[in-house]
Design a protein around this ligand. Structure first.
Ligand SMILES: [Ca+2]
Length: 203
C-alpha cells in the first residue's frame, strides 16, 4: 500500500511538464527562442582584397554610404581600426552598390558581437524589393561570420542589409558590426588617357 502510493506520486512527478522559460528574441522578421540555438564557433575571416563595399570598416567615422533607421558609428569598440557600427534594438543598416552577378562574388561576411548572444538577420537584395532573409547567431565577443553560402545561384546582388535584435533577456539589445566584406571579381575600369600615354612613350 505504501509502495503503491509512492509509485503513484513518482508517476505524477514524471508526467508533470517541465517548466521552461522561453528566451524569445526578434531580428528582422525572424523570432526565435534563444534557448534552442546551437551556436557555431569562430570562422576564418576574409579581409577582402576586392571588397566592393565602401567604408566597410566604418573608418570614415561616419555612416555614408551606409543607410540606417537607427545604427550609429561608434569609437567605443572596434574589431579593427578605430570604429565599428552599433545598434540597440531590431533596426537595420544597409549598403546599396552597383549590382554584381553572384557568380563573380567569391565571399560575403562580416564581424559581429552581441553581449547578450541573441540572433541577427541578414538580407541579400536582388532587386529593389526582392531579398532573402536569413539569420546568424553572434557571440558575446567579436566573431567573423561567412555568409557566402546564402547567395543565390544566379542573379545580381545589389544590397546587403544587416539587423540588430530585440528581446532575448534583461540586458541591453546591443549589436556591433565591423569589416563587412562583399568580395567580387569586378573588372577595374581602365584609365584610358594615362594608359594611352604610357603606350605612346613605348612606341
Ligand atoms: Ca572598424
Amino acid at each position: 500500500m505504501k509502495l503503491a502510493t509512492t509509485l503513484i506520486a513518482l508517476a505524477v512527478i514524471l508526467a508533470a511538464p517541465i517548466a521552461k522559460a522561453e528566451r524569445l528574441a526578434q531580428s528582422g522578421t525572424v523570432i526565435i527562442d534563444l534557448d534552442t540555438v546551437e551556436r557555431d564557433g569562430a570562422q576564418l575571416p576574409d579581409r577582402g582584397t576586392s571588397n566592393i563595399l565602401v567604408n566597410a570598416g566604418f573608418e570614415d567615422g561616419s555612416l555614408p554610404p551606409w543607410t540606417t533607421n537607427n545604427w550609429t558609428v561608434t569609437s567605443a569598440d572596434a574589431q579593427s581600426g578605430s570604429f565599428s557600427c552599433e545598434d540597440l534594438g531590431n533596426f537595420w543598416v544597409r549598403q546599396d552598390f552597383t549590382p554584381v552577378d553572384v557568380t563573380t562574388v567569391s565571399s560575403v561576411g562580416f564581424w559581429s558581437k552581441q553581449p547578450e548572444q541573441a540572433l541577427q538577420a541578414v538580407d541579400f537584395y536582388y532587386s529593389a524589393s526582392d531579398f532573402d532573409e536569413f539569420v546568424i547567431f553572434p557571440l558575446a565577443d567579436w566573431s567573423y561570420f561567412d555568409v557566402t553560402s546564402q547567395l543565390r545561384g544566379s542573379g545580381n546582388l545589389q544590397a546587403i542589409r544587416i539587423w540588430g535584435y530585440s528581446g532575448g533577456g534583461p540586458d541591453p539589445d546591443l549589436t556591433r558590426i565591423d569589416d563587412v566584406v562583399v568580395e567580387a571579381d569586378v573588372p577595374t575600369p581602365v584609365v584610358e588617357s594615362s594608359w594611352g600615354r604610357v603606350k605612346g612613350l613605348y612606341r
